[in-house]
Design a protein around this ligand. Structure first.
Ligand SMILES: [Zn+2]
Length: 353
């Protein structure tokens, strides 16, 4: 059975909207590659995050990951920066990913925990051949209420200090309900840039600004730290993609998908300042009743395509609006990520791939 169904509607979007717009070489800077058989035996459901992603894919082994690119981006040369996902089995999945990275030559980040010492993080990163770290707000100490979690609760400064010395990459999915415009988030991003200038910081998903309301005046303040990088993975908000390119420049924005979630078939809308993913009926059973997910009729479902295509359509609208040239598009879709990764590799290992 194929991992995903590619419909006539999907092919039409690909051929008429995306194929010629996209460069032949694509670098996807935000992907999760992991296996569920490496999780601990008893599964733990985190109540700190949205639940709908679990309904899309429960794992993403490298074979599936590469197959999805062949199905969704036919004829394109797509590579990615990878990190693991899940709530358990970190050591086993990190080891698996290190192995995958060596075999494919695709770069990867170590999934770190805030309880680790700086020495341990450095040792694990270097032993695995990783180029930096990814962690997640759900790894913050359990006593902290979800909306009070700060970046330094899952990326402690003692780790960042060491990663800065190494010139490593830090993929940062910022916490808190106010998302990008949250004053604590903004303050801590600026603090990281100031104290750890050699750390290669990527603010994931444009700081989770999935609607215009999430942007606030964040970029008035964030432009004080001009060397920050942003990925627009899982982001279909034209306003957010437009603003990050306009304010930070095309050299500071990178394409990412957030696979495997972006295999999802959905059309995202904004409603009352938040997002709702419209989905075909019955495709993603969600026992947790996530308010961000809503089923539509069979008829409406016929014109719903992949989340990844929706994100690229949003980027295309932005590119047209901002009159980006071919070079800008190639930078955002490929060059910026490769430059960042190869410079981290040189600083950390003194070699090129
Ligand atoms: Zn992600």
């Amino acid at each position: 059975m194929s991992l995903i169904e590619v419909t006539d509607y999907d092919r039409k979007i690909w051929e008429e909207e995306l194929r010629d717009f996209l460069p032949d070489k694509i670098f996807d800077v935000h992907t999760h590659v992991y296996r569920k058989d490496l999780f601990d035996k008893e599964e733990t459901q985190s109540n700190r995050t949205v639940s709908w992603p679990n309904a899309v894919a429960s794992e993403n082994p490298i074979e599936d990951h590469q197959e999805i690119y062949r199905l969704m981006f036919p004829g394109k040369d797509v590579k990615s920066l990878m990190f693991i996902s899940g709530n358990t089995g970190f050591d086993r999945n990190n080891a698996y990913l290190s192995d995958v990275s060596k075999k494919t030559g695709w770069p990867a980040l170590y999934y770190s925990l805030p309880t680790q010492s700086a020495d341990e993080v450095e040792r694990k990163v270097r032993e695995g051949g990783f180029l930096g770290v990814k962690s997640y707000l759900s790894r913050a100490p359990k006593y902290i209420p979800t909306n009070e979690i700060r970046i330094f609760d899952f990326f402690p400064k003692k780790q960042l200090e060491r990663l800065n010395d190494m010139g490593a990459i830090c993929m940062c999915h910022i916490p808190r309900n106010e998302r990008l415009k949250d004053p604590v988030n903004i303050h801590q991003i600026l603090e990281i840039r100031k104290e750890f200038p050699k750390l290669r910081l990527i603010v994931a998903h444009i700081g989770r600004a999935y609607t215009k309301e999430d942007l606030g005046n964040a970029f008035d303040l964030l432009t004080e730290a001009p060397d920050t990088m942003y990925d627009f993975s899982a982001n279909c908000c034209d306003d957010a993609i437009t603003e990050v390119i306009q304010r930070c420049g095309a050299k500071h924005v990178m394409f990412g998908t957030d696979m495997p979630i972006l295999r999802m078939r959905t059309h995202r809308i904004e409603e009352n300042g938040t997002y709702v993913n419209l989905v075909p009926p019955g495709l993603y059973p969600d026992p947790y009743g996530d308010p961000h997910l809503r089923e539509v009729s069979d008829e409406e479902a016929k014109s719903i395509t992949f989340f990844a295509y929706e994100e690229l359509l949003s980027f295309k609208r932005t590119a047209i609006k901002l009159k980006l040239d071919r070079k800008d598009i190639e930078d955002i879709m490929y060059n910026n990520a490769v430059t960042l990764i190869e410079s981290a590799r040189r600083d950390m290992y003194g070699t090129k791939e």
